[in-house]
Design a binder for this molecule. Structure first.
Ligand code: SAM
Length: 238
């Protein structure tokens, strides 16, 4: 298979026209992901077509529902092997991106990806969101915070919304979301200064796979006591 052609055509289904450099960056990312996945647990998805669809395209689906040109500083909380942060950085290169994860092996992998793909203005941080969000360099400093497959909405709101500036937004990627998860998170979202803005449903091209993308607006500053100490947001959701 011609990987270059496959990637180009796949992104075109989202009306994204990639340059040769961007296509090469995705191929380098894929090659490193598969190579390092033999040594550490990075992804259960390893077939080229599946990685393109379920990791690369899935990560950038957000552009179907929001204009990405309005954002400058972004943070991906619980980025794992770099999703959605790295594909977003490749497709929207003007983003200043922070990739945060509590597993150091994954952060070392991401450092190699950044080097191999020649990405600039991307910073990796090994740490817990609960601790990083209490540091003034990162607290309420981002236009947009992304998170995919990290925790339930209540826990996520406490981990992510403190990073966002007033009037910025937090975006949660969910495979499916039931109304009850939003209802259960309502208190947490309100306590940390957020408000649900919209829930968009997007279908992965040429499939029946539905994704829900939830947008939260940061209306007011987050009280200093949030997020609580490491582990508490997941053990005792607000
Ligand atoms: N976002 C990636 C994706 O969609 O493929 C990775 C998802 S993986 C299931 C969840 C990741 O979140 C893991 O790499 C884990 O180490 C990280 N994580 C969980 N809780 C965290 C926390 N409190 N602070 C930072 N990272 C966290």
């Amino acid at each position: 298979m011609n990987k270059n052609k496959y990637i180009k055509e796949s992104f075109l289904k989202l009306q994204i026209e990639l340059s040769e450099i961007q296509v090469e960056q995705f191929i380098d990312y894929f090659d490193l992901l598969i190579e390092k996945n033999k040594l550490m647990n990075l992804t259960a998805i390893t077939e080229f077509e599946d990685v393109v669809l379920k990791h690369f395209l899935d990560s950038v689906l957000i552009c179907k529902v929001v204009d990405m040109s309005q954002f400058k500083k972004g943070i991906d909380v619980g980025t794992g092997a770099g999703f959605p942060g790295i594909p977003l950085k490749i497709v929207f290169p003007w983003l200043d991106m922070v990739l945060l994860d509590s597993l150091n092996k994954r952060i070392s992998f991401l450092d190699e990806v950044i080097c191999k793909c020649n990405l600039f203005h991307v910073k990796t941080i090994h740490g817990r969101a609960e601790e990083l969000a209490q540091i003034s360099e990162y607290r309420e400093k981002f236009d947009i915070c992304f998170s995919r497959a990290v925790a339930n909405l209540s826990t996520l709101s406490e981990l992510c919304i403190p990073f966002v500036k007033e009037n910025g937004c937090f975006v949660s990627y969910k495979s499916d979301i039931i109304e009850s998860e939003i209802e259960m998170a309502a208190n947490a979202i309100n306590l940390v200064g957020g408000k649900i803005d919209k829930v968009s449903e997007v279908i992965l091209p040429d499939t029946e796979i539905k994704r829900k993308i939830l947008f939260f607006l940061k209306e007011k500053m987050t009280p200093g006591k949030y997020p609580r100490r490491a582990g508490i947001p997941s053990k005792k959701p607000l």
